[in-house]
Design a protein around this ligand. Structure first.
Ligand code: ATP
Length: 376
């Protein structure tokens, strides 16, 4: 665990960048520092690897003051990733990634083999190994930055706005990749961003800082959304808190109904038995949804796909959240969401009303849990 104990950083010109900050950063989880520009996020991160020294207070790593070990040893236990990746422009990709192992005295072959392994890990084609950074896209460079930071397998990863310089689509890909990697590697990650959505998506714990380097709230994302500590945090979280919070409620408990499914070339009249939904869900031969059909429109024989109503975006029960399920239901004019399996085949349907009840139940469970904890 990294424990930040009442740390203050006053720069020589008198700027107080961080003011009596205390945080317990859990092992093998992603802790995000988020807040407006200039609130002291980077300063805090850099104090963890001693690129900046605190003016007051101390930082403990596994119970030991980080000043008790040589700074080089400390930094080797902490990979560091920055915006724009900060790659060595005159070195190939493979040599960029092999930098730290080489510094640690690994042989060239072993270091390059490790670099190749990491390229695969972070989703980089091995054909890029011999290129130079300028020959890569921004997203690819960022992956190289992550691979380089992981090369010596440090237990801690410090990431300072690593995905800020790429476009939103690439950024989403990098975020998903980081979550996947973290599932495999279980590093202790401290991640700085000014983007609250990124913080909520990636963070196991999120520290919201306010200008002047003071902690406004430190909580898991779902708790931030449901109970912001004060108007500053509430304002920083932005609109649609309630809807965004649904991302943390699983959809696995939703009671699905097996709507009358009908394959597109089936004899619709025969299959149009009354069901829970006022519509029939029409699928292709493989069971993948095509759209909803009103029984009256579906005459016998082949069903005309042009007559079908859209079914919104399907959700995968157990994998997707109630937010995705609700989105599917509100996107379809029928008000029903379609559940699919991992291969995209329809497994059932659920109405907006049932999803609404599940949301109420989930709120109830959270409130019960809060009550139990408060009573302890
Ligand atoms: N070397 C320095 N000397 C003086 N003041 C500094 C120095 N570095 C940072 N600051 C000031 O400390 C405050 C916190 O800066 P810091 O870079 O930690 O914030 P940040 O939250 O990471 O900001 P951003 O999101 O804009 O990167 C700011 O007011 C900044 O101007």
């Amino acid at each position: 665990m990294i424990r930040i104990e009442s740390v203050t950083k006053r720069y020589p010109d008198g700027t107080v960048a961080v003011d009596h900050l205390s945080l317990e950063i859990p092992d093998r989880a992603i802790t995000v520092l988020v807040g407006p520009s200039g609130c002291g996020k980077t300063t805090t991160l850099r104090m963890i690897n001693r690129m900046v020294e605190p003016s007051e207070g101390s930082i403990l790593l596994d119970g030991r003051d980080i000043r008790q070990q040589p700074v080089d040893t400390l930094r080797r236990s902490m990979g560091y990733v920055i915006q724009n990746a900060g790659l060595f422009q005159h070195r190939t990709i493979v040599d960029n990634i092999a930098t730290v192992p080489r510094l640690l005295g690994w042989g060239k072959q072993k270091a390059r083999a490790r670099a190749a392994e990491l390229m695969e890990r972070v989703g980089l084609d091995s054909a890029l190994a011999k290129r130079y950074p300028y020959q890569l896209s921004g997203g690819q460079q960022q992956r190289v930055g992550v691979a380089r930071a992981l090369a010596a397998d440090p237990p801690v990863l410090l990431m300072d706005e690593p995905f800020s310089a790429v476009d939103p689509v690439v950024r989403k890909g990098l975020q998903d990749e980081l979550l996947r990697l973290q599932d495999e590697l279980g590093k202790t990650i401290v991640f700085v961003t000014h983007d609250i959505d990124e913080a909520i998506k990636l963070g196991t714990m999120v520290a919201v800082l306010r200008t002047g380097g003071r902690l406004a709230q430190f909580a898991p994302p779902a708790e931030l959304l449901s109970a912001p500590a004060d108007p500053f945090v509430e304002d920083f979280l932005g609109a649609d808190r309630g809807i965004r919070r649904l991302s943390f409620f699983p959809s696995g408990d939703l009671e699905l109904q097996t709507a009358p499914l009908v394959a597109v070339d089936a004899d619709a009249k025969r299959l149009a038995a009354p069901g829970p939904a006022p519509y029939l869900l029409v699928t292709d031969h493989d069971g993948k949804p095509l759209g909803w059909g009103a029984p009256d429109d579906l005459t016998a024989g082949r069903i005309d796909p042009a007559l079908l109503l859209p079914y919104g975006r399907p959700f995968v029960p157990g994998k997707d959240s109630l937010r995705t399920a609700l989105d599917g239901a509100v996107l379809s004019p029928t008000g029903w969401a379609v559940a699919v399996d991992g291969e995209g085949r329809a497994v059932g349907v659920v109405s907006q009303q049932v999803i609404g009840e599940a949301i109420r139940d989930a709120h109830g469970r959270v409130a019960d849990r809060a009550g139990v904890e408060a009573a302890r």
